[in-house]
Design a protein around this ligand. Structure first.
Ligand code: DX5
Ligand code: ZN
Length: 213
């Protein structure tokens, strides 16, 4: 399992050291939650802060957009050259076009599905995707309870992924911890996002290692 700690649960008064600490502790990606106060009822960070995070991080950035007007935000974050930019399918009229736009910057493209969204809804986009992110909470906040239906959704997505684009990663985000990570692995998840579980743990290294099942 690859592990992407979400810096949403980090100590923002000490963000540089927090980013260094999770990278030293062996994370695979640094997960950055961008919220605009419209698509979700919360507001987080913009390109100024994300650029500082990118400079500090020894690991690639995985930028999760939770915004209206995806194209505007893709253009805003593209110069920072994160490894991945993922956007919500529920908020995009022209996802195929936006995937090509993200890739035109040399950035890997991913789509995020809210808890209610069918995995089959992206069947005809899968061959163009580098990642599919399944939300296991309602987007907007860290520290929420894991929604178990994501297990069944992962299994269905994995069948599609294995047939259409075996290179595409399946990521799950929200309420992940050492208790549910094995079931996620067995269902076919490649990457877990974990915010509060990692940042509330006494040892970031132990927390990350406990997720590498
Ligand atoms: C929620 C975010 C998540 C969040 C996960 O909208 O997308 O990345 O930070 O936090 P935990 O792991 O605490 O559920
Ligand atoms: Zn996220």
């Amino acid at each position: 399992m690859l592990v992407a700690p979400s810096i949403l649960s980090a100590d923002f008064s000490n963000l540089g050291d927090e980013v260094k600490a999770i990278c030293d502790a062996g994370c695979d990606f640094v997960h950055v939650d961008v919220m605009d106060g419209h698509f979700v009822p919360n507001l987080t960070i913009g390109p100024v802060v994300v650029e500082a995070v990118a400079k500090t991080a020894a690991k690639p950035l995985d930028v999760h957009l939770m915004v209206e007007n995806n194209t505007f935000f893709v253009e805003l974050f593209a110069p920072i050259k994160p490894e991945y930019i993922t956007f919500h399918i529920e908020e995009e009229k022209h996802p195929h076009r936006l995937i090509q736009k993200i890739k035109s910057y040399g950035i890997k493209a991913g789509i995020v599905l809210n808890p209610h969204t069918f995995p089959e809804s992206i069947e005809f986009l899968l061959e163009d995707l580098d990642m599919v992110l399944l939300m296991s909470v309602n987007p907007g906040f860290g520290g929420q309870k894991f929604i178990p239906s994501v297990i069944e959704k992962t299994k269905r997505l994995k069948k599609l992924r294995d047939r259409l684009n075996p290179e595409c990663l399946i990521e799950v985000d929200g309420g992940v911890n050492d208790k549910n990570v094995r079931e996620l692995k067995e269902a076919g998840v490649d990457v877990v996002v974990a915010g509060s579980y990692v940042f509330k743990h006494k040892s970031y290294k132990e927390a990350i290692e406990s997720l590498k099942v």
